[in-house]
Design a protein around this ligand. Sequence first.
Ligand SMILES: [Zn+2]
Length: 83
Amino acid sequence: MKFKTRCWNCGAEHDMVEDVGQAPDNGDISFCFDCGAFAIFDDTFPDAIRKPTPSEKFKINHDEELARVLIAWQNVMRRKQKR
Ligand SMILES: [Zn+2]
C-alpha cells in the first residue's frame, strides 16, 4: 500500500510505502527527513499527518529512541552540507 503525506512544518511531500501491508495507525509518530520535524499520523487530516499536540510533543521530546533518530538525521544533514 502506498500513500502520500505532507509535512505540516515544511510542506515536503513524502510517499510512504508500507511493505508489511499495514498502514500506520492514527497517533503513530512520523519524521520528516526534509526538515527534521516530528509529526503524528492522522487519516482524518487531508495530508495524513498533523502537528503534534503539546502533550504529544512532550512525549516525543522525552523519547530516547526518537532522540536517536533526530541525532542521526542531524549527522546526515551535517555531512550533506560539507559536500
Ligand atoms: Zn518537513
